[in-house]
Design a protein around this ligand. Structure first.
Ligand SMILES: O=C(O)C1=C[C@@H](OP(=O)(O)O)[C@@H](O)[C@H](O)C1
Ligand SMILES: C=C(OP(=O)(O)O)C(=O)O
Length: 436
């Protein structure tokens, strides 16, 4: 008997009819809070000297997993209203942490065990069990913790706190900047502070490490960076107070990209004047691809003629997480594109280089994945063809598919609900933008 045909819907195994653009856009899209800032603030609040009020926090699978992990370790988190109240407490172990598929949970929580009173076990989704962890686990061992991972260097593992923590550690963070961030976040609270030195060849997502340092400094923590691969965090109090989370600029990207595909205008309110979020690169990249971007007050306005998208050559090493959105535009562009500096995306929610190449191919386009790059031929003469695109449990592959769907009537997306990782309302927000 053959397997039942997928039903229509947004859940696992279900197909979502991606709306095609029916005309020029004129939309204002309120994007929820940044995943990266929300989860940094939650961790820092857990280490703070007094309760913290957090406004604009993201409600999504990744932030819920972070809150659940911290609660289980003894942190009070009241998120019943829009202003969350986080009450730090002594960190306890003897608990199990579900990391889901969240890099921020699997890389930011294990270093907290350096301060806990008993071992903590960690596991996550099947797809999380292949995400790189080894260099961070080795760094925790060098800091005196006992880590049992069956020699795999991946989830699941158990971290047992050390009796003493040395004042410096080396880590190869070439597979993920989150290894350095995880160590820096806890550093002010270990007895002698911590010097973290990156020893790998490349270091992706530097803006995300800058975000960590900026967040620490805003909390009164002294962070020095004597050279581009060393961070020194002095021991001391963490004074977070009241914090507000910026909108997630990476999640603004698909809506901004929609203006290029459909034509018209998309406005993103709440755009920060200055930010460490990698999504800050969108305006420049989208302008090179044919849009006009203007920041007036705190509203970023993207305007484009529609149907005119230029290919691009770009090093996305600093901003790997925006790659799937730029990649969707490259697949629809009037000339070839090459995106480089993105080898580490093979360790993201899925192997994103393989996934993007496979899904462009499924829709009748051409994209070749290299070790560290994606090369696109651009839009084929007859355009892309309707197909049911796979999302691989990857929120950004779902938004990638939705962008293609704007230009390809009849395109479908399998499990678009996987966007709940960082943007649970995505399907409705997308339709509202299109008035579909
Ligand atoms: O620290 C963070 O919040 C993040 C860092 C980056 O990780 P990688 O350096 O593993 O790409 C980014 O891709 C991820 O979405 C969020
Ligand atoms: C790589 C990403 O997430 P994570 O925080 O799980 O690494 C991402 O959101 O693109």
């Amino acid at each position: 008997m053959s397997a039942a045909a997928p039903t229509r819907g947004t859940g696992p195994g279900q197909l979502w009819d991606a709306p095609a653009a029916a005309g020029r856009l004129d939309a204002t899209v309120d994007v929820p809070g940044s995943k990266s800032l929300t989860n940094r603030f939650l961790v820092l609040a857990a280490l703070a000297d007094s309760p913290v009020t957090l406004t604009g926090g993201l409600r999504s699978r990744d932030s819920s997993l972070m809150a659940a992990a911290l609660r289980s370790m003894g942190v009070g988190i009241d998120d019943a209203t829009a202003q969350w109240r986080i009450t730090p407490g002594p960190l306890r172990g003897g608990v199990h942490v579900d990391c889901g598929l969240a890099g921020t949970v699997m890389r930011f929580v294990p270093p907290l065990v350096l301060l806990a009173d008993a071992p903590v076990t960690f596991d996550g989704d099947e797809g999380a069990r292949v995400r790189p962890m080894g260099p961070l686990l080795d760094a925790l061992r060098a800091l005196g913790a006992t880590v049992e991972d069956g020699g795999r260097g991946t989830l699941p593992f158990t971290v047992t706190p050390p009796s003493e923590v040395p004042a410096s550690v080396e880590v190869d963070s070439s597979a993920s900047s989150q290894f350095v961030t995880g160590l820096l976040l806890v550093a002010a609270r270990v007895p002698h502070g911590l010097t973290v030195r990156h020893v790998g060849e490349t270091l992706p997502s530097l803006p995300h490490i800058d975000m960590t340092c900026a967040t620490l400094r805003d909390a009164g923590v002294q962070v020095e960076q004597p050279d581009e691969r060393t961070w020194i965090v002095r021991p001391g109090p963490v004074l977070l107070g009241d914090v507000r989370v910026e909108p997630d600029l990476s999640n603004a990207g698909p809506f901004m990209a929609a203006a290029l595909v459909a034509g018209g205008t998309v406005r993103i309110p709440g755009w920060p004047r200055s930010t460490t979020q990698p999504g800050a690169l969108y305006p420049e990249l989208l302008e090179r691809m044919g849009a006009t971007c203007n920041l007036e007050g705190d509203v970023m306005t993207v305007t484009a003629p529609g149907g005119v998208i230029h290919g691009i050559e770009a090093d996305l090493g600093p901003a790997g997480e925006i790659t799937p959105t730029i990649a969707a535009l490259c697949a629809l562009a009037d000339s070839p594109s090459v995106l480089t500096g993105i080898g580490h995306l093979r360790g993201h929610e899925t192997d994103r280089l393989a996934a993007i190449a496979a899904e462009v191919d499924r829709a009748g386009g051409r994209c070749v994945a290299g070790d560290d790059s994606l090369t696109f031929e651009g839009l084929p003469a007859g355009g892309l063809q309707p197909a049911a695109l796979e999302t691989y449990h990857d929120h950004r592959m779902a938004t990638f598919a939705a962008i293609l769907g704007l230009a390809v009537p009849g395109l479908q997306v399998l499990n678009v609900g996987t966007t709940a990782k960082t943007m649970p309302d995505f399907p409705d927000m997308w339709k509202a933008m299109l008035r579909a």
